[in-house]
Design a protein around this ligand. Structure first.
Ligand code: FES
Length: 577
């Protein structure tokens, strides 16, 4: 075992003159030789310092002109705000903390900004790369974020979503998976599932797999919200799930090992993975916003990541105020471009030998979601790959379902035309039909559930949800397919300050959100105690908010932190008789 030690890196040094010139409040600095930027905050008693790099997607902070007391900075990318006097983000409110740098005085009264770098976990027990025979490592793209990896005599599969919808009924597969996908899954030696979102943890897919091979080994990271938190309720009889610690090599055999890493923005639920075969690394950052807090191995052999955008109800499900069609269209255009540049820059910085954009191949294909499908445009993988080619020497791969990349061949000669074998011409690439009805029926079955015969379910549900002492009032409205108020549906207020259900909005000052949800989906979510990402990410709501603020604590609670066991409707119903 090669134990690498924690290293202290000096990121910036200030001369005594510069230290003397520090003003009270926010000071911006740039290290001219590294080109990196830093922020120092000074008050009477303290000095605090951090990188000038937003936790979200690495944007640059500038002075926040709306902040009259001079404590906060604003990110130039998506307007997150950081209070540098506390190192806490204030927009989104109640969300994240910024990592601080260590400040030390040097012997001449200059200042040093120091980062304490833990050793990179993947550097432990290094395996030097060995030559790969042609055909020894083959990566086959199946759909969306699902890759089938042949690694010597082992087979590993990432994130199998191969049938059915994701996020209630909002997302459907764009690509037609190879017809033998179930065989492939059944033959895998191990499966990695990156996180609990249903385009990665697909119960319809796992159900088919478990019917054939319930004891297939599945590996997930040890996230605070367990990936399989809902396994029992799902009824899918998987019996061989391994929860592994972050940042340690998991040995499969003498040639193959893998390491799961956490996301820096959503460590409670999101992960990414490094797979290493005979010293060759494959890095799959999946959907992580800041995979491993931005510390990733460079020069891996193959890197794959998301690229598409559009995986959120924001802004296309919003209306009122600034959310005009023009504003939303412009926002989508700008954001997609930013994401494309961010991904291209990340690839350029990490210099993998080969890069593959994936995990963005979904479509809002249900006819009722035509508006979302037409407006929620995604990035084009070819556009990203062209951008990467322009700014780096990285080889790129735009995958088609069933296409196979031969890693040994490609590493030897990236121009070898046999290193990527595309499916034969005439193979169906895009899906043109989806089994909407059976999945919608499952959701809509909840509409008639006897829970909803009594309005007291509302109090029962929100008490179970456990979110309160927060100044926010929401109006929940059940709707038809087109988000029109359902005359027979529930339409009620929830005041989260004291968890009450008033008939009218309170007279105190309060932020307000109106959430219209398709009745089948909201009742399904309520009945089964599911997370609201089905509603929000699945485009099953329409929202208005006043003022226009993202209530991070509220949405984070309902999308990630709801109790692990569903509401006890049985006992609720018994109390009603
Ligand atoms: S808000 Fe800073 S990068 Fe997105």
């Amino acid at each position: 075992m090669d134990n690498k030690e924690q290293a202290a890196e000096i990121l910036l040094s200030l001369t005594p003159l510069e230290v003397g010139g520090l003003k009270e409040g926010i000071n911006f600095f740039r290290n001219k030789s590294s080109g990196k930027n830093y922020i120092l905050y000074k008050d009477k008693n303290h000095l605090r310092a951090c990188k000038n790099m937003c936790k979200h997607q690495g944007g640059l902070f500038i002075k926040d002109i709306e902040d009259l007391v001079g404590r906060s900075v604003r990110c130039t990318k998506h307007n997150w705000k950081l209070d540098v006097s506390t190192m806490k983000y204030i927009n989104p409110p109640g969300s994240f903390c910024q990592d601080e740098l260590v400040i030390e005085m040097d012997e001449n009264n200059g200042l040093l900004l120091i980062e304490l770098n833990p050793p990179n976990p993947w550097d432990a027990d290094p395996h030097p790369p060995e030559d790969l025979a042609f055909g020894e490592v083959q990566i086959t793209y199946l759909t969306h974020a699902c890759m089938d990896l042949k690694l010597g005599d082992k087979k590993m599969i990432f994130d199998p979503w191969l049938t059915g919808p994701a996020f209630a009924r909002g997302w459907w597969l764009l690509h037609e998976p190879p017809s033998d996908w179930l065989e492939r899954l059944c033959q895998a030696d191990l499966i990695y599932i990156s996180h609990m979102h249903s385009d990665h943890l697909s119960y319809p897919t796992l159900k088919k797999l478990a019917d054939r091979r319930p004891n297939i080994p599945i590996y997930v990271g040890n996230t605070e919200r367990p990936v399989f938190w809902n396994l029992k309720q799902s009824g899918v009889p998987l019996t061989n799930i391994h929860v592994v610690p972050f940042g340690t090599w998991q040995k499969v055999d003498q040639n193959l090992r893998f390491m799961i890493l956490m996301d820096g923005v959503h460590p409670e639920m999101d992960t990414c993975i490094i797979v290493e075969y005979k010293g060759h690394k494959i890095l799959n950052t999946v959907d992580c916003t800041r995979p491993n807090g931005g510390r990733l191995p460079e020069k891996v052999d193959l890197m794959m990541s998301d690229f598409a955008g559009g995986a959120s109800g924001f802004p296309m499900t919003f209306s009122g105020g600034k959310f005009t069609e023009e504003w939303k269209a412009q926002f989508i255009k700008t954001e997609r471009k930013k994401l494309l540049n961010y991904k291209a820059q990340l690839v350029k910085d990490l210099q993998p030998r080969i890069y593959c954009p994936f995990a963005g191949y979904f479509v809002e294909s249900h006819p009722s979601d035509k508006y979302i499908k037409e407006t929620n445009t995604k990035n084009d993988p070819n556009e990203l790959n062209n951008l990467i080619k322009k700014i780096s020497n990285v080889s790129t791969w735009t995958p088609q379902p069933g296409a196979v990349l031969d890693l040994g061949r490609m590493l030897k000669d990236p121009t070898d035309s046999k290193s990527i074998i595309n499916p034969p011409s005439g193979t169906k690439i895009y899906k043109d039909s989806w089994d909407f009805e059976s999945y919608l029926k499952t959701l809509n079955d909840a509409i008639e559930d006897e829970i909803f015969l009594r309005s007291s379910w509302i109090k029962e549900y929100f008490t179970w949800a456990g979110f309160k002492n927060y100044n926010l009032v929401i109006r929940m409205i059940e709707t038809d397919e087109d988000f029109n108020t359902l005359p027979t549906g529930y339409n009620y207020l929830v005041d989260f300050l004291d968890l009450s259900f008033p008939a009218e909005r309170p007279s105190r000052d309060h932020p307000y959100e109106e959430i219209r949800s398709r009745v089948g989906v909201i009742r399904h979510v309520v009945k089964h105690g599911l997370l609201w990402d089905d509603l929000y990410i699945g485009f099953q709501t329409r929202l208005q908010r006043d003022p226009d603020i993202y209530h991070h604590l509220f949405w984070n609670h309902f999308q990630i932190k709801l109790p692990l066991t569903p509401p006890n409707w049985k006992s609720f119903l018994m109390q009603q008789v």
